[in-house]
Design a protein around this ligand. Structure first.
Ligand code: 4NP
Length: 150
């Protein structure tokens, strides 16, 4: 059976699509299923933000086929690990948990590495350099997750 990992942010157009694409590139797809979702429904059905698509492309990944979806409590049944980008995502996801098992699946992404900050900052209102910084921190965390899962 595959291990299932869900990456979650607010909009599911900037950070979690990068996390989905990056982790997918580091794991065996026969063993690990990776998806992403947003706690808000502002952009459901849309592709990732063009700045995330661009920074992924610069780093050799194509995330343009992803489509935004909203996180739901059903995801707790489907997924083994739910990684959130920031503490606000954490509380939004935890609010939808029904059991202690559900809650135990939720973790801040950057807790997987020894890093000077605990949250992946939201790059939505900033410039392209914010997207590159976010890419690099997500990449480091995904490297650690991929090592644990293989
Ligand atoms: P994300 O960034 O949570 O990394 O996808 C955001 C995307 C859109 C919005 C906020 C954050 N928004 O307010 O539309």
């Amino acid at each position: 059976m595959k291990t299932k990992v869900l990456m979650v942010c607010l909009g599911n157009i900037c950070r979690s699509p990068l996390a989905e694409g990056i982790l997918k590139s580091k794991v065996d797809p026969d063993k690990v299923f990776v998806d992403s979702a947003g706690t808000a429904g502002y952009h459901v059905g849309n592709p990732p933000d063009h700045r995330s698509v661009a920074v992924a492309r610069q780093n050799g990944l194509d995330i343009s086929n992803q489509r935004c979806r909203k996180f739901s409590s059903i995801d707790f049944l489907e997924f083994d690990h739910i990684y959130v980008m920031d503490k606000s995502n954490f509380s939004n996801v935890i609010q939808l948990a029904n059991t202690e098992d559900d809650r135990a699946k939720v973790k801040l992404l950057l807790e997987e590495i020894d890093f000077d900050i605990s949250e992946v900052p939201d790059p939505y209102y900033g410039g392209a350099d914010g997207f590159e910084k976010v890419y690099q921190m997500i990449d480091r965390a995904c490297e650690a997750i991929a090592k644990k899962l293989t």
